[in-house]
Design a protein around this ligand. Structure first.
Ligand SMILES: O=C(O)CCC(=O)C(=O)O
Length: 255
């Protein structure tokens, strides 16, 4: 699924791209959903076992209103705990898309399952991924795979086209009307320029690590299960300036 020169040109202009073709077929999708649900079910109501709620507000853990807390559930590094997700890292159509954008030597930065449950899915605030990561050069791209149809009702991605060309903005700790959110960063964005990117189940969008993006709360009756895989060109340095040579090599060779 190599991208056409038109698609590459579009990505370079706006910093994201929705892929029209289905990347994961229905059978594969069902397997991924089952494994996803099992991994979240195992970790629900446990602490420190690899799942966290990004929508948790500072000091809210013991509050009476915990029931009403939104959930933006995250499991980092699904590939380490689930063979199906490890296999997915080598899924040819996805690596072809990535290769079209960052070249043939591709390493995994990390992956993460991002689950907004129906009725109380939490928000992810405007940010650029590289504000969290601080990788250099900032040439990483992410594939965002929808396991459920994702639209404006259940929290699809919203992006600011072209924002990746403007450099890194200064982020602060995210804050909602309920208080500060220790797990999330936030930046001011020109929301009038925001574009929703609905993605059907089994489809993907890809975005640059400097693209401003955000997802809304999910108060619909439909779950929004998604997986983000973050890829880097081999030779990328971490925030300490060290080349990440130990990260999984997914295609090509280490440079
Ligand atoms: O899935 C979400 O709600 C947020 C996704 C995101 O911020 C990302 O993939 O970088």
């Amino acid at each position: 699924m190599k991208l056409s020169s038109e698609q590459i040109k579009k990505f370079k202009q706006v910093g994201y791209l929705k892929i029209d073709e289905q990347v994961i077929d229905d059978n594969h999708l069902n397997v991924l959903r089952d494994h996803y649900d099992q991994q979240f079910a195992k970790r629900r109501n446990t602490e420190g076992e690899g799942m966290r709620n990004l929508a948790i507000v500072e000091d809210s853990e013991n509050h009476d209103d915990e029931e009403s807390t939104d959930e933006m559930l995250q499991i980092m590094e699904m590939w380490r705990i689930d063979e199906e997700y490890k296999k997915l890292l080598y899924h040819k159509p996805m690596l072809d898309i990535v290769e079209s954008l960052i070249g043939e030597n591709i390493q995994l930065f990390h992956d993460q399952a991002l689950y907004k449950p129906a009725y109380h899915g939490g928000e992810v605030f405007w940010h650029q991924d590289n504000a969290y990561w601080q990788c250099q050069p900032a040439d990483l791209v992410s594939i965002w795979l929808a396991l459920d149809d994702a639209d404006e009702e259940n929290g699809c991605m919203n992006v600011i086209p072209g924002s990746y060309l403007k450099g890194l903005s200064s982020h602060r700790r995210a804050e909602s009307e309920k208080g500060k959110l220790p797990a999330l960063l936030q930046v001011d964005a020109d929301v009038d320029r925001s574009v929703p990117v609905p993605v059907r189940a089994g489809h993907v969008m890809v975005h640059h690590c400097m693209t401003l993006h955000q997802t809304n709360r999910n108060h619909s009756s439909r779950d929004r299960r998604a997986l983000a895989i973050h890829y880097m060109p081999s030779g990328t340095k971490n925030r300490e300036g060290v080349v990440m040579k130990d990260n999984l090599l997914l295609r090509g060779s280490l440079v």
